[in-house]
Design a protein around this ligand. Sequence first.
Ligand SMILES: Cc1cc2nc3c(=O)[nH]c(=O)nc-3n(C[C@H](O)[C@H](O)[C@H](O)COP(=O)(O)OP(=O)(O)OC[C@H]3O[C@@H](n4cnc5c(N)ncnc54)[C@H](O)[C@@H]3O)c2cc1C
Length: 394
Amino acid sequence: MQSNSDQPINLSPSPQVVILGAGPVGLACAILLLERNPDLHLALNDKFQESNEFITQGDERGIAISEGSKQLLESIGAWNLEAPAIHEVHISQRHHFGQTVIRREELQKDALGYIVRYKDIHLQLRLRLKALQNQSKNFVWHYGSTRSDFEDMPTSTCCIHAEGGLFHEQVAKDERSDYGQSALIGWVQTRGVPENIAWERFTSGGPLALLPHHHGKNARNLVWCASPERVEELKNLESKDFLKELKEAFGLPVGEFLEIHDRRSYPLGLNIRESIINQNHVWIGNAAQTLHPVAGQGLNLGLRDAATLSQCVGPVYLSAKGQQFEVLNKALVDYAGLREKDRRATIGLTDLMARVFATDLAPIVIARGLALSILQWIPPLKSAIARQMMFGQR
Ligand SMILES: Cc1cc2nc3c(=O)[nH]c(=O)nc-3n(C[C@H](O)[C@H](O)[C@H](O)COP(=O)(O)OP(=O)(O)OC[C@H]3O[C@@H](n4cnc5c(N)ncnc54)[C@H](O)[C@@H]3O)c2cc1C
């Protein structure tokens, strides 16, 4: 079923589960729940209209998808994506010593990760959910809606908050810090740059990443973090001046940068909920934690939230006992417990990287160089960190 929210939303009978927000994490959660229980009374609040037009014209940002997320998306039939693979990750500092290289062979994987446009993931998940809709007679998709008609749900209804959003659009959660950085995003036309390598360079202004791009061997995604003023300046530079600055900031002889396309900026910060559950409410994805993109973890963590939540909440409504608040509440308490380690590790690692790699203080620069060198020379430690990035804490 579907509804457009110019009309009052008919909530009779009350849904068993409500999902607020149909970004990638909310959509993945809806799919996982309906796959488990096609009869579930589920309502999804999607701010976009039914047409996919807005999404196909939407956010071109290249997102690093981990192997774990790829497996999840494949398992729910949402991996029909142009997704260039990352075979090696090179992490180093501009102007200072210290380098770590992680290769797929060390982890015995086909790839360390993949780069996919945000809008492609969003669309794939939407299409998959639309396909499932035919078999799910109790599923109602409310299009064009950001209304809060769902606020007064009975306590046996599970309210899943997946409203996400970008750092600067969000109200403050329990812990919020502005890194005083923005990310300049775009893609660079290149020549002679080796394929399937992701570079993460730490410059005095902030991290700069050059990543594979779906256009193939002569294009790279760029994520360049710096002060908001510097990002504004870079965004407005003539293309040839921009490329000169990029070459200087990147500082590795890896090929030529020929043209810059689609420059956009995103303010960056950390915004997290301490507790991700309250009564019959639960927060997942960016609604639970919004992170700096330095480690490419936000969406990957959010998809793991969705997977675990569907495992905990799905069974509740398969039995008549699902009408009892206590049964739902226990499932949500279990969920919060299961997510704690992974959230802490991922948030902690990302925050550490965002802070440590954004300073030019001499002792920190030296410690940073040593840490990168130590990682390079202690493969088990390097693999452990790489595995955390690829699969989270299980
Ligand atoms: C520059 C940048 C680079 C990034 N790179 C990576 C990366 O490489 N790897 C990675 O894993 N992550 C990355 N991320 C993070 C990633 O984009 C987010 O973690 C991810 O998009 C979160 O998904 P979500 O569905 O929780 O939220 P969103 O993607 O924000 O989707 C939530 C949706 O719900 C809508 N909404 C809000 N309120 C309501 C309401 N009341 N009702 C209905 N709908 C509502 C929102 O408008 C939005 O469309 C990056 C982020 C940035 C800014």
